[in-house]
Design a protein around this ligand. Structure first.
Ligand SMILES: [Zn+2]
Length: 136
């Protein structure tokens, strides 16, 4: 996803077939925060693509609990799919869990090595075609 001009890094969101709400131009999804390793500064650089997936998220609207809640995102801001099920039922994913960074409360995911360059280039190209040019 590309959320705004200030955010250059990739932003990831999860669509749940059963629980995400689809609207005319928006969809309600969980937007995952970036994963920042301890001692590192947060970065907006494109290749900064690790993200954090809490084990327990909340699907309630207008709820004040401490879990992650859904946000409305325009379809036009979704630039590429990283995980999906094909028509024949095969699960394909260009991101994978980083086991060494994963804890009991969250998983950390990033692009698989085999997809990293291809996906980042695709994202940069789409982002520039659809939106403003980026600064690094
Ligand atoms: Zn909640």
């Amino acid at each position: 996803m590309y959320t705004n001009d200030e955010t250059q890094r990739l932003t990831f969101a999860q669509v749940s077939k059963a629980k995400s709400r689809l609207y005319d131009i928006r969809i309600r999804v969980h937007v995952y925060p970036p994963f920042v390793p301890e001692g590192e500064e947060p970065s907006n650089y494109f290749n900064y693509s690790r993200f954090l997936v809490p084990r327990d998220v909340c699907y309630q609207l207008h709820c004040n609990c401490a879990r992650l809640h859904t946000q409305l995102v325009e379809y036009s801001k979704i630039l590429m799919l990283c995980m999906t099920t094909t028509k024949t039922g095969n699960w394909i994913s260009t991101v994978d869990v980083v086991k060494t960074l994963t804890t009991n409360t969250f998983s950390v995911l990033q692009f698989k090595d085999t997809y990293e360059d291809e996906q980042l280039e695709k994202y940069k190209t789409l982002r520039m075609q659809l939106w403003a040019s980026y600064r690094i």
